[in-house]
Design a protein around this ligand. Structure first.
Ligand code: PGA
Length: 248
């Protein structure tokens, strides 16, 4: 049985005061919940404060990106060892915004994935097709290629998490139907160990989360916009906990 994971991806949002309020509200909301793991992936400057606030709580924390290099003359970059020092458990790798806006290649995502595992942290590897690729019937080819690049460099997949995030569903309010998501998850599942958690991401809200998480191969979500509103994020975590009970 895979324990579901709900991870918030704050992207480039927040400030010190709003982060504190958001974390306090989330912690209160998830206090009694069992059978689900949750995390927030925050902008680099806030890691120290977030780590302090979340130490010894049920909410894990992570980063949204890192350098594939261990150290050196890489101005503006952040290494896996630096993140590890802040107690990061998760690092998002290969998010479509990194791929599309910053030219991150499949090979770079694979190298970053290896850097995360090398420090004993857990990569959340994002895969997903564009609308154009979906309409051309190329979804499996694209996500298969993105995954293959990582598997090629990482014979040991460790406890990594995979997030299927159709690019056309991210931040658009247009979510994949549970059936569309399940179809891709089933395709990916065949290439992964049975215990690997497969999240869905892309406009997950508290009102559509239950139907998505009810799908056999969907083990939780990677949540952007809705992770910035405590009540919405808590509602999604509750939906994941309920879905896991029903799958038991
Ligand atoms: P969204 O973002 O929930 O705002 O669509 C998801 C993501 O980019 O991880």
């Amino acid at each position: 049985m895979r324990i579901p994971l709900v991870a918030g991806n704050w992207k480039m949002h927040g400030n010190r005061a709003s982060n504190r309020a958001l974390l306090d509200a989330i912690l209160a909301g998830i206090a009694g919940l069992e059978g689900v793991e949750c995390a927030v992936c925050v902008p680099f400057p806030y890691l120290g404060e977030v780590a302090g606030r979340l130490a010894d709580t049920k909410l894990a924390w992570g980063a949204q990106n890192l350098s594939e290099h261990a150290q050196g003359a890489h101005t503006g970059e952040v290494s896996a060892a630096m993140l590890k020092e802040f107690g990061c458990r998760y690092v998002i790798v290969g998010h479509s915004e990194r791929r599309q806006l910053y030219g991150e290649t499949d090979a770079a995502a694979a190298a970053k994935f290896a850097a995360v595992l090398g420090q004993g942290m857990t990569p959340i590897l994002c895969l997903g097709e564009t609308l154009h690729e979906r309409e051309a019937g190329r979804t499996e080819e694209v996500v298969g290629r993105q995954l293959e690049a990582v598997l090629l460099l990482n014979r040991n997949f460790g406890n990594a998490v995979v997030a299927y995030e159709p690019v056309w569903a991210i931040g658009t309010g247009r979510t994949a139907t549970p059936e569309q998501a399940q179809e891709v998850h089933a395709f990916l599942r065949k290439r992964l160990a049975p215990g690997t958690r497969l999240l869905y991401g892309g406009s997950v809200k508290k009102d559509n989360a239950a139907a998505l998480f009810a799908m056999r191969d969907i083990d939780g979500g990677l949540i952007g916009g809705a992770s910035l509103v405590a009540a919405d994020f808590i509602g999604i975590v509750q939906a994941a906990a309920r879905a896991a009970q029903q799958k038991d």
